[in-house]
Design a binder for this molecule. Structure first.
Ligand SMILES: Cc1cc2nc3c(=O)[nH]c(=O)nc-3n(C[C@H](O)[C@H](O)[C@H](O)COP(=O)(O)OP(=O)(O)OC[C@H]3O[C@@H](n4cnc5c(N)ncnc54)[C@H](O)[C@@H]3O)c2cc1C
Length: 477
């Protein structure tokens, strides 16, 4: 069919692309290998308790602009429980430290929080000033220039004290970048610091409904209403194309679909061997590493905190970093008064532990923040081992992230790992999808405006900001 687009992958990137293309008048066919759409933002039904649990706890931020635009289109944006006052509660050796956005011009809005941390001396806080100035002046070209260096040595080179590195940077790096500081691209980490400090209103939000329900049911309905379809349990096995364009897509059920346009909304591991060699050679797919997670879900017979979300300060012995009390933000009642979710990030260090050991250690770490949880009865537990939460942003990652347009006319890539100028996340996935849709439409001589840029900086950060974008390159330009 003339206007048909095949989309491989029914994660949030694939479905966002499908909805935007449907809105632009294309007929889409989404082909998803799994039993249901959702990918790494999937929600599952717990057979024992009857509750929906996400693959692992997820948060949105005020910078998830493209994702929020998608949710707006799907009518689910109101299902986010925002926490604008309290930025986060950090837990350090059993002490809860609330962190807030103070009414000071960015990037000073965070400063008063550090002044109240007993473990940080004034000299530690002052040692961050050169980093902060450098970050405020950064643009995407600087991100790429720093990409081959590790964040730990760059911070040391900028004079940040060891104490501040351990307390703040190691925590942020694990929690947000999902890799240890010494293994993180300096460019990736500094870009996140820019996002956090450019505006005084960066904050988190939590899905009031199961994560997958934010986008899967309504996206599917809109796609079908536009004459398209979402097929599950079928994988794309190969994309046949020549230098002149896409010809067909071969599926695992034996079908071959002739098409001129295809969006591959797949992680790099799934792309390997699926593209013709002359296309795959443009990407170093085997060099993308993963950050695995272990997410633990604990059902208790009583609730012991009013907090929605807290994160533990880095320590070499940590298993879990972030904890969530779903009973404090889920709209529908749960089967027990408390449902705790937690994430063991970059979880190789826990790979040898069995579920029982993970649950026991997770309860210990939970009790550091909520001692009352020791007396609570554990009604049910499940442990999810997830081979990839995101691609690990090791040094060199940013430079390897591909653009959405491939060298083959009609063939586009999407997914959280593409070059979106954002950390890999649901937001990056949706932005990549919108960039792919814009490129596809432009190649058909149509104008579609879908992708939103990062928000503008405020305060002192705005005065210091330089132009944001690095010059873009594409395999075909
Ligand atoms: C536990 C956990 C916690 C996270 N926390 C956060 C968070 O707090 N905030 C945040 O923004 N992000 C978070 N993320 C990351 C976020 O989930 C991902 O960035 C996002 O979901 C990626 O979406 P995607 O569509 O790019 O890829 P995917 O979701 O991986 O989608 C790709 C899809 O393609 C399918 N597929 C694979 N091969 C084929 C094939 N050959 N043919 C057809 N289909 C195929 C897969 O089954 C999958 O459904 C977290 C991830 C995890 C796992």
């Amino acid at each position: 069919m003339r206007n048909e687009v095949i989309i491989a992958g029914g994660g949030i990137a694939g479905l966002a692309a499908a909805v935007a293309l449907t809105d632009a008048g294309y007929r889409v066919r989404v082909v998803e290998a799994g039993r249901m759409p959702g990918g790494r933002a999937l929600s599952l039904h717990d057979e024992t308790r009857g509750d929906a649990v996400d693959i692992g706890p997820h948060v949105l931020t005020s910078e998830h602009r493209n994702m929020l635009a998608l949710l707006g289109r799907l009518g689910t944006a109101r299902e986010i429980d925002w926490q604008p006052q309290r930025f986060i509660t950090l837990v350090d050796d059993g002490e809860a430290i609330p962190m807030k956005n103070h009414a000071l011009p960015a990037p000073l809005h965070f400063l008063p929080n550090f002044l109240r941390v007993r473990k940080l001396a004034a000299s530690d806080i002052l040692s961050a000033r050169r980093t902060l100035y450098r970050v405020m002046r950064m643009n995407e070209a600087d991100v790429l220039a720093m990409d081959d260096r590790d964040a730990e040595s760059v911070l040391r080179g900028l004079g940040v004290s060891e104490n501040f590195i351990d307390w703040f940077w190691r925590t942020v790096c694990m929690a947000i970048m999902n890799v240890p500081l010494e293994e993180c691209s300096a460019g990736s980490l500094m870009r996140f610091l820019w996002m956090m400090s450019a505006r005084g209103d960066f904050h988190f939000g939590f899905p009031r409904i199961p994560l997958g329900e934010l986008f899967v049911p309504m996206a599917t309905k809109l796609i079908e209403r536009g004459g398209g379809s979402v097929v599950t349990g079928v994988a794309v096995r190969a994309v046949q194309c020549s230098g002149r364009g896409v010809q067909s897509v071969a599926l695992s059920d034996g079908q071959t679909i002739e098409t001129r346009r295809c969006v591959l909304a797949l992680p790099p591991q799934a792309l390997q061997g699926l593209l013709p060699a002359f296309v795959e050679q443009d990407y170093q797919l085997d060099r993308f590493r993963t950050s695995p997670y272990i997410s633990t879900w604990l059902w208790f017979d009583r609730r012991f905190t009013e907090e929605k979300f807290w994160a533990r300060i880095w320590s070499p012995d940590n298993l879990n970093y972030d904890f969530y009390e779903f009973a404090n933000f889920r709209r529908e009642p749960l089967s027990t008064p408390s449902l705790i979710g937690s994430n063991i990030i970059y979880s190789d260090r826990a790979a040898q532990l069995d579920d029982e050991a993970i649950i026991a250690r997770t309860r210990e770490e939970l009790a550091e923040f909520a001692p009352a949880s020791r007396a609570a009865r554990l009604v049910h537990a499940r442990v999810h081992r997830i081979s990839m939460a995101i691609c690990a942003p090791h040094p060199g990652f940013e430079a390897r992230r591909p653009e959405v347009r491939t060298r083959v006319p009609g063939l586009y890539l999407a997914g959280d790992w593409l070059r979106t100028e954002l950390p890999s996340s649901m937001e990056s996935a949706v932005r990549s999808a919108y960039l792919a849709v814009e490129a596809l439409a432009a190649d058909d001589a149509l104008t579609v405006r879908a992708a939103l840029p990062r928000r503008e900086p405020h305060g002192i950060s705005a005065l210091l900001a330089r132009e944001k974008a690095a010059p873009r390159s594409s395999p075909r330009s």
